[in-house]
Design a protein around this ligand. Structure first.
Ligand SMILES: Cc1ncc(COP(=O)(O)O)c(C=O)c1O
Length: 391
């Protein structure tokens, strides 16, 4: 007899990350012999630096093959704590730091910790699509706040504060931002934190995964620098972008004690611990030489500058200078086509993989995302193909 089961209904609420769909299509076209330039995926095109790879190999050879503490090896948590002290001059106990398999896990944990039916969660739109997906999965209502081009793709604290009501349980913030490259100025963060005094029950999750990719006028400010919200602040960060380690699946979260205890149970229930050798590689990444980070950053900065300048030479495109992360997010409304149409023309006709702005939420209509994670040569070639088509 043919089976006829149905899934738990929350599963139908899951969204996805279109960048992976675009990547699969781009790879398929490439395997058919098409000349594809991939500006779709948000991962550094650099290899993980050699000394980090060696530390991972050594850990395997040294016999680190078993489970580790579910929250991560103590030396690594201590190294994260020291890194935060060094970069932000803030003290975070290693007891509040949890190593997880990818920064993404912290998004899901935060949504699971704070979201359920009758709760509301605020999140940036356009923004990383997993925020909305994870919120929907928990049954909570996703409430977008818009990042608009005319505000430099930052938010206005008053806008977020005006959306808080007694059902609001969590606010998600991401700066420097994917997909817009926007960086929230410190003045807005100060306003937000001040305004939150009136809403002591609302938790914040600050996704700071691009914190070392900041090259515009607005300097990066970590929410860790606001002691008044520390007891209700979750931080997401990790190694994927900073050290070109996306495939190692490493990230970390910082949680206040009350949330940490439950997050630890989630970790034990879901993944037990992070791959042991990867944790030793992550340790080396933090304690070893940092010139690889400076090097990669200067490449991304140069490429972003070149990309946004050249995008502005394309008829119908206009692009703000990104302040951080490694994406350009040009406005394409004057081409007379929508985001999905542009994404398809670029990939199918020109062999350039990008991601439609609508993959990042409804306010992404009229935009496309191009990643700077490709060589200057490829970026130049991709943009000249686009220019030739539209000009
Ligand atoms: C804003 C943002 N947060 C989190 C992540 C997830 O990073 P990871 O690969 O460490 O899970 C990404 C990855 O693209 C991202 O863009």
């Amino acid at each position: 007899m043919k089976s006829n089961y149905d899934l738990a209904s929350r599963n139908y609420n899951l969204g996805t990350e279109t960048a992976f769909t675009v990547l699969a299509k781009a790879n398929k076209l490439a395997s058919e012999g098409k000349n594809i330039i991939n500006l779709g995926i948000g991962q550094p095109d650099f290899k993980t630096p050699e000394h980090i790879v060696e530390a991972g190999i050594k850990a395997l050879k040294d016999g680190h093959h078993g489970y580790t503490q579910s929250t991560g090896i103590p030396d690594l948590r201590e190294a994260v704590s020291n890194d935060i002290k060094k970069r932000h001059n803030e003290t975070v106990s290693s007891n509040n730091i949890m190593i997880v398999p990818g920064g993404k896990v912290i998004i899901f944990f935060s949504a699971m910790l704070m979201g359920e039916i009758n709760k509301e969660i605020l999140y940036p739109n356009p923004g990383f699509p997993i925020y909305e997906s994870a919120i929907n999965y928990t049954g909570a209502k996703p409430v977008p706040y818009q990042l608009s081009e005319h505000k430099g793709f930052s938010f206005l604290a008053d806008d977020i504060l005006s959306k808080i009501n007694r059902n609001t349980s969590l606010i998600i913030i991401n700066s420097p931002a994917n997909p817009t490259g926007g960086v929230v100025p410190k003045s807005e963060l100060i306003k937000l934190v001040k305004g939150l005094e009136k809403h002591p029950d609302v938790v914040l999750m600050s996704d700071e995964i691009y914190d070392q990719f900041c090259f515009g006028e607005n300097h990066f400010t970590s929410l860790l620098t606001f002691p008044e919200i520390r007891d209700r602040l979750i931080i997401l960060n990790g190694w994927s972008k900073t050290y070109a380690m996306t495939g190692w699946r490493l990230g970390y979260g910082i949680f206040p004690k009350k949330l940490y205890e439950i997050a630890e149970k989630l970790a034990v229930n879901i993944h037990s611990c992070v791959n042991s050798s990867a944790q030793y590689a992550a340790l080396e990444a933090l304690v070893g030489p940092q010139d690889c980070v400076t090097d990669m950053n200067s490449h991304f900065k140069r490429r972003a500058n070149m990309m946004f300048t050249k995008l502005n030479e394309i008829k119908g495109f206009s692009c703000q200078k990104p302040n951080g992360a490694f994406y350009c997010f040009p406005n394409i409304t004057k081409t007379g086509k929508n985001s999905a149409e542009i994404q398809n023309i670029l990939l199918d006709e020109l062999g350039v993989a990008t991601v439609a702005g609508t993959s990042f939420g409804k306010y992404g209509e009229g935009y496309i995302r191009l990643s700077c994670a490709n060589s200057e040569y490829s970026i130049e070639e991709a943009i000249s193909r686009i220019k030739e088509y539209f000009n």
